[in-house]
Design a protein around this ligand. Structure first.
Ligand code: ATP
Ligand code: MG
Length: 368
């Protein structure tokens, strides 16, 4: 087992104008499950492939433990990678697939058999050891790919969207299995996904990437409660955090005729601000005070539901400042699944004052 250190790791592809990964700094602890998350094209795979030695590092260094591996070939890094498409050998049995890398490495037959048996036990694959991959379900193939990594007993596991070929239900089951397996084995793991739910449920810590730049690293709770900017605020959590364009007035943010107080030094010389409130932190009422919202739709999900609406201007002083762009006029609030307003109703929403985030409109970074 080992720590992993990215020290200013940068990857500029030949002919590329911008770095695909730009000055990436991160220390991953021994035994940690670190999830790298972000939208398509943000540089997740490139980061992982630099660590694997499959992609050249243009600037900076990568260390595994105390050892600088930046110039080492993949086979000398003591890592095992699980890819999205599993890449199993079709003509080999499950057991042969799992043992293949060990055979190449010159591990004795006895030792190979022992490790394959143990991994198969761990992954519930014992009954399938003699089958070919084509006679397995998607979930079983995924487990064989995991088994192939486990038998190598590497210092670090690298996984690039290993669940994306599975259907939704199996993905949920398998993510729990992988997370608990990783805890049992205690092997440092870097796991790539674009799915924020996977990130929140699996990771000890999450690193959020955007356009090749690391935005924030923290525990799932940290990122959920204290996003450093609007990108992280909007990316982590589902439905996404409301990011409303609201005016400052009378010492605070105006939610319609209600003022949420904000310290003068935080307001500065701003007229308005992006206000972040999670759907569960909005209080919905049929009466004022609050932000006037027209209900567009209520999504019922059994125990609770989500109300989707648009901020409506009222004939009062605050209306002018509301909603420069349409995107920041849309509201989603968690409501009771059984008793809730209906499409077309007018409601008033207020924030839970303990969970209001303010973001500067220019920089989109967090003020409070
Ligand atoms: N071999 C390559 N040559 C040139 N550009 C590349 C190459 N591979 C990736 N890129 C570019 O680098 C950027 C990051 O790509 P990368 O594959 O790391 O993204 P990703 O976050 O893994 O995306 P996804 O979620 O779609 O897998 C993208 O803009 C991509 O077009
Ligand atoms: Mg990728």
């Amino acid at each position: 087992m080992a720590t992993v250190t990215f020290d200013g790791a940068t990857r500029i592809y030949p002919g590329g104008e911008h770095p695909a990964v730009d000055n990436f700094n991160l220390e991953i602890a021994d035994g940690e499950f670190l999830v790298l998350v972000g939208p398509s094209g943000c540089g997740k795979s490139t980061t992982l492939r630099m660590l694997a030695g499959l992609e050249e590092v243009s600037q900076g260094r990568i260390l595994i433990g105390d050892k600088d591996v930046t110039e080492l070939s993949p086979k000398d890094r003591d890592i095992a990678m699980v890819f999205q498409n599993y890449a199993l050998y079709p003509h080999m049995s499950v057991a042969e697939n799992m043992a293949f890398a060990l055979k190449i490495a010159g591990v004795s037959k006895e030792e190979r058999d022992r490790r394959v048996r143990e991994a198969a036990e761990l992954l519930d694959l014992t009954p399938y050891l003699d089958r070919k991959p084509k006679a397995l379900s998607g979930g079983q193939r995924q487990r064989v790919a995991m088994g192939r990594a486990i038998v190598r007993e590497p210092q670090v596991f690298l996984m690039d969207e290993p669940l994306s070929n599975l259907d939704a239900k199996l993905r949920v089951q398998t993510r729990t299995q992988i997370a608990s397996l990783q805890r049992r084995l205690g092997v440092t793991t870097v796991y790539v996904t674009h799915d924020q739910t996977e990130a929140l449920t699996m990771g000890d810590r999450i690193a959020v990437l955007k356009d090749g730049v690391l935005q924030q690293v923290g525990t799932p709770r940290d990122l959920y409660e204290n996003p450093v900017n609007m990108f992280v605020a909007g990316f982590i959590g589902s439905p996404a955090m409301n990011l409303l364009d609201l005016p400052f007035t009378n010492g605070g943010v105006a939610f319609g005729d209600h003022v949420h107080p904000v310290a003068a030094e935080q307001i500065g010389n701003r007229d308005s601000v992006f206000v972040g409130v999670r759907p569960e932190d909005l209080i919905v009422s049929t009466e004022k005070p609050g932000l006037r919202v027209r209900v567009n739709l209520v999504e019922e999900l059994g125990a609770d539901g989500y109300l989707y609406g648009s901020i409506e201007a009222e004939s009062d002083a605050y209306a002018d400042g509301i909603g420069a762009s349409d995107k920041h006029k849309q509201v989603v609030a968690r409501v009771d699944g059984r008793t809730h307003p209906k499409t077309g109703d007018v409601v008033y929403v207020l924030p839970n004052p303990a969970h209001v985030h303010l973001f500067d409109k220019e920089t989109e970074t967090r003020i409070v």
